[in-house]
Design a protein around this ligand. Structure first.
Ligand SMILES: [Ca+2]
Ligand SMILES: [Ca+2]
Ligand SMILES: [Ca+2]
Length: 248
């Protein structure tokens, strides 16, 4: 019966309030590193807020952010990042090692934590099919495949825009133009209100359900949840903005 119960517990989770900081959120260090991996620099260049863009000037996000020119490979990037914090090299993050993850993120504001918690809800909504609150096994395989496809698509978009000499890669001056564009977007975001930001908490939970509740019975059935997940996965793979509140 878990499949039938899950949409309701999901909806309740989406409606729950957000506290600030790791102690007040349901973020795990493992989840935090996963979110770091899927929020690479290539997410920064669109106007407005998307769910994976960061706002380090105002919120202290983007710690450990993967660079725009990396080889796309979410699994390898996650392994590298985990190894960075795995001080004793046993392949797992014990409490003091998790503490180092949070220490590095002490500069994050309350708003930054709320944004990260929304991202975590979004990622679990799409990939945590068994409702275990973590992404593992086949769920992680799906996430890695989708975000590798997204990384390739976003890098291709950026190359199309910034590879002025058509050499197929970004030379120093072209890369400088990309970095300048990212810095400009961040400054613009710092001066903007958060309109358009995908708010998955508070009333956002109602909006999410309303947007995807095709038969308007006030909750997401398993079938409606599947449509939502498939649509968001397609947006992720193609590099489009994710916008979970938009059903079309
Ligand atoms: Ca360890
Ligand atoms: Ca799971
Ligand atoms: Ca070039």
């Amino acid at each position: 019966m878990r499949q039938l119960i899950f949409p309701t517990t999901l909806a309740l989770a989406l409606l729950a309030g957000c506290a600030s900081g790791p102690a007040g959120t349901d973020l795990t260090a493992e989840g935090e590193l996963m979110l770091t991996v899927v929020s690479g620099q290539e997410e920064e260049l669109r106007p407005g807020y998307d769910d994976l863009s960061t706002d380090p000037l105002r919120t202290g996000e983007a710690v450990d952010q993967p660079g725009i020119q990396r080889e796309c490979g979410a699994a390898a990037t996650l392994d590298r990042l985990t190894a960075h914090y795995d001080a004793d090299g046993d392949g797992a993050l014990a409490a003091p090692e998790e503490g180092a993850v949070w220490d590095d993120r002490q500069g994050r504001s309350d708003q930054g934590w709320r944004r990260q918690e929304r991202r975590w809800k979004l990622i679990r909504l799409v990939y945590d099919l068994d409702g275990s609150d973590s992404i593992e096994g086949d769920e992680l395989t799906a996430l890695v495949q989708d975000f590798d496809a997204r990384c390739v698509a976003r890098q291709a978009d950026i190359l199309a825009e910034f590879d002025l000499d058509g050499s197929g890669d970004l030379d120093e001056s072209e890369l400088a133009a990309v970095e300048e564009a990212i810095a400009q977007r961040r400054e613009e975001r710092a001066g903007e209100c958060n309109r358009g930001e995908g708010d998955m908490g508070g009333q956002g939970g109602d909006r999410l359900i309303a947007a995807w509740d095709t038969d308007a019975d006030g909750s997401l059935s398993a079938g409606e949840l599947t449509v939502l997940r498939d649509t968001l996965r397609e947006r992720i793979r193609t590099g489009e903005p994710i916008r979970p509140m938009d059903a079309v």
